[in-house]
Design a protein around this ligand. Sequence first.
Ligand code: DC
Length: 229
Amino acid sequence: MMTDAPEVPVIAVDGPSGVGKGTLARALVQRLHWHYLESGALYRALGLLAERRGVALDDARGLAQLAAGLELLFADGAVWLDGEELGDSIRTEAAGRRASQIAPLPAVRAALLRWQRRCARPPGLVADGRDMGSVVFPSAACKIFLTASAEARAMRRFKQLREKGFNVNIARLLRDIRERDWRDSKRSVSPLKRAGDAFELDTTGLSADEVMAVVFKRVEQTWPLLKRG
Ligand code: DC
């Protein structure tokens, strides 16, 4: 079965909300000068577009149609939709909840699958999300699965959002994270689940730098590329 593009090297970074996938993935991208697919931003952007166009979050057909024509671009650390930089409008907790609501719909996932696989272009791709290693790029040569306690993730998100000037409540964040964990891991299509061949790292007590050090070493074992960086 030809499921992805094995000729292009892919690093898949998966894990639950707020675990630091983005920080790690961006560090890898910087080091390797590869392309970056932040798949969560796809679901977030689609949720935003649905809201703007008045498409209900349970309208599978309407959402799949929107997904099929999604004009999304990742460039210089920013996400662009139809030529508009989305900025923080897709970074709010509400945007995350919307994304998590539409993500279980099989028609939506199918429509986004091809889009995601097209991102695998030379010299390589770092892809982060929930099902990068298990469904989208099952033959990725390097798969990382990050975990951390819900409390640690809520605290990290709290600091991140506060730095961005958002007014946030830690108890609410923790509740949101738990709800999203439940939805993302219980859905029937592409649930959050570690691929059998993924390297799992519990980051609860680790700093971002410590996580990077462990993962870079792991990636280096797969490709000697990092040594050149
Ligand atoms: O990683 P994130 O918080 O930006 O993701 C937002 C939501 O999108 C998440 O709750 C579930 C969904 N998602 C998904 O189902 N599959 C992915 N590969 C990435 C995100």
